[in-house]
Ligand binder design. Structure first.
Ligand code: ATP
Length: 234
């Protein structure tokens, strides 16, 4: 589905991703974990076309998208739920959702996709006419995910969806991500909440200091002493 070949990304002289090579299989839910500053946001922003790789190749469904213009990444079937949600606070929930479906292919199925989004997040139904900025943090995160789904992506990138949410809301958020995955959408999930992310993911990838230091089955990774120490504190 997605393949990165020796991808390097830098902010000026500062390297943020070093020789990242990885694959994501169709339908897979891959979580990317790692400490602050490891390069997780840089990775998803590069996959969303917001940042450019300095070298290396990114293939989506076999097609080289490395040098594609940023707005073409959406056409290639990729949608990002950015860190901090980035909603249009003064616009209604419905308007925020509809912004996600501007591409002709998504627009043609707008009503159907909206139904699916509201089925996933029923709490948004009575809020469609409310300004997005008035919603709770959890509901705003639902809108951000819903907006990305409105584009009918084949690859969904989620950057820290549980950030700043209460434990109960976090659990509901992970449940929703699991459902999206069960629906067949391939997902790359960046998370600080390592335990919960590992629990719902098919495969995990650990980034440290701009490099992949471990990857594999989440249960196996969670058994490794160095991972337990770094992420569970035991
Ligand atoms: P966090 O969890 O804190 O968001 P992260 O793993 O997502 O961390 P990135 O935000 O991708 O990490 O940052 C990777 C590295 O690139 C860090 O050293 C960071 O300081 C640096 N960096 C990030 N954004 C910029 C920028 N706009 N300009 C310069 N350096 C940046």
């Amino acid at each position: 589905m997605l393949e990165l070949q020796a991808v390097n990304v830098a902010y000026g002289e500062a390297r943020a991703l070093c020789d990242i090579s990885m694959q994501v299989k169709p339908g897979e839910l891959l979580c990317v974990v790692g400490p602050n500053g490891a390069g997780k946001t840089t990775l998803v922003n590069t996959l969303a076309g917001i940042l450019r790789a300095k070298s290396g190749r990114i293939l989506m469904e076999g097609r080289d998208i490395t040098r594609l213009a940023p707005h073409r990444f959406c056409e290639a079937g990729i949608a990002l739920v950015p860190e901090g949600r980035r909603l249009f606070a003064g616009m209604t929930v419905l308007e925020n959702l509809e912004i996600g479906s501007l591409l002709p292919s998504a627009k043609a199925k707008r009503r159907e996709t909206l139904e699916e989004v509201l089925q996933l997040f029923p709490a948004l139904k009575p809020k469609l006419a409310a300004p997005a900025g008035e919603l709770s943090g959890g509901q705003q995160q639902m809108v951000a995910i819903g907006r990305a789904l409105m584009a009918r992506p084949r690859l969904l990138l989620l950057d820290e969806p549980s950030l700043g949410l209460s434990p109960l809301v976090v659990a509901a958020m992970f449940d929703a991500i699991r459902k999206i995955s069960a629906g067949g959408i391939t997902i790359v999930l960046v998370e600080q909440n390592v335990v919960m992310a590992m629990r719902i993911s098919h495969r995990a990838c650990v980034l440290e200091l701009s490099r992949i230091v471990a990857e594999g089955d989440p249960d196996e990774l969670m058994k490794r002493p160095e991972i337990r120490q770094a992420y569970l504190g035991v």
